[in-house]
Design a protein around this ligand. Structure first.
Ligand SMILES: [Fe+2]
Ligand SMILES: [Fe+2]
Length: 196
């Protein structure tokens, strides 16, 4: 089946004047204009994947009523998370490299580094048990753990780009992801040509 266009599909989720759409477009422009990808010939971790993860992170964040600053923190996690991959396998360590890129970028552009964002990016390629244990040992607050879980669910939902059975929904971490799945699953499947 032919994949459908992203912008046409996006309008089915968010109207053009929806403030979340405006925020999404702002971060999408940032991603396209400012960031570089080490594994630019990637077939699985493309900018299209990153754009969808950005969109889902914002949608889940809104569903869970996170603050405006936290929506931007989620957006930062999304746009940077796969920028420093070396390959399309698990590539454990691409989280640390992407986190370093985030820190360098923020410093070079005179922006504050959000430690939560840096740590979420760094740990997104490890098992939840290991990552969450690290957060807890550091005394991270509930808000940081929630942002980590939202971001991980946003990345997980895009597994449907590999097909209708590519995500075991029991492993989703947030109620928002479970609530929005009936909307987001067909969104990914249509965009990637698995469903009409
Ligand atoms: Fe990743
Ligand atoms: Fe990803």
């Amino acid at each position: 089946m032919e994949p459908i266009e992203f912008d046409r599909a996006l309008s089915s989720l968010l109207s053009e004047d929806d403030p979340l759409r405006v925020r999404f477009e702002r971060w999408r422009r940032f991603l396209q204009r400012e960031l570089t990808f080490s594994h630019s010939e990637s077939v699985c971790h493309t900018t299209e994947h990153v754009e969808r993860v950005l969109l889902f992170a914002l949608l889940l964040g809104r569903e869970l009523k996170v603050s405006s600053d936290d929506l931007d923190a989620l957006a930062l996690c999304a746009v940077f998370h796969d920028t420093r991959r070396h390959d399309d396998d698990l590539d454990v360590g691409h989280g640390d490299r992407a986190a370093a890129y985030y820190r360098e970028y923020a410093s070079a552009h005179g922006r504050n580094v959000d430690d939560r964002v840096e740590r979420i990016i760094a740990r997104h390629d490890r098992h939840d048990r290991i990552s969450e244990e690290k957060f807890r040992k550091e005394g991270a607050d509930d808000e940081t753990l929630l942002l980590y879980r939202i971001f991980k669910d946003a990345d997980a939902i895009d597994r449907f780009r590999f097909g209708p059975k590519a995500l075991n929904e029991r492993y989703l971490r947030t109620s928002a992801a479970r609530n929005l799945l009936p909307l987001l699953r067909p969104f990914v499947l249509r965009l990637t040509g698995y469903e009409a």
